[in-house]
Design a protein. Sequence first.
Length: 215
Amino acid sequence: MPHFESVSIPLKEAGQYSDKRAWPFAERFVRNAGHSTLILPIIRDCGGRANTMAINMGRTFKIQEPIEKVWKFLSDPAIVASCVPGAQITEQTNSRIYKGCINVKIGPTSTKYKGEIQMVRKDERNYEIEISGKGQDIRGKGSASLVMKGKLRMLSDGSTEIAGTAEISVIGILAQVGSRVFSDVANFMFAEFTRNVQRHIREYQTLSKTRSIPA
């Protein structure tokens, strides 16, 4: 079974990278989203079917909101999940675990995963947070997992810097679409997620009061 790894390289050095199978495709999303780092999947052929793929992404951005408000927003897994394109929270198991689903479409291939997200780590002193998610394809054709990490830093003008990373792994149907297409869509979704965070965080007080999640 092929083994997929990923590598992060400065965007300005992408043209010098020896394995160019994926970088031109991911680059246009990364550049348009304001990233300074390009994320590439590296394929290692170990024989067998291509049914596993993984990718790492990262972005640092600034929000004109105080760090206390940003921290409260990121500490709410349900609100954070609502920023992921296609994701929906359906049930709250306890204060740290939520059940939900996500619809993903890549070209002609579409699938729906059902699973849960969990608050893995919340370090209030250092403003660091980690959220994980996992799900199964509803047709039994694969699975996916996600680890998101964030770190906040208060800036001198009173705004907040967010450094976020995401690690996505898929097994089955989505892994079969090819590394270049998967890289395109993953980078696009992460860029959309960061834009949603920036937009929704300003509306957080309203969102937290109006959302309703079955217990």
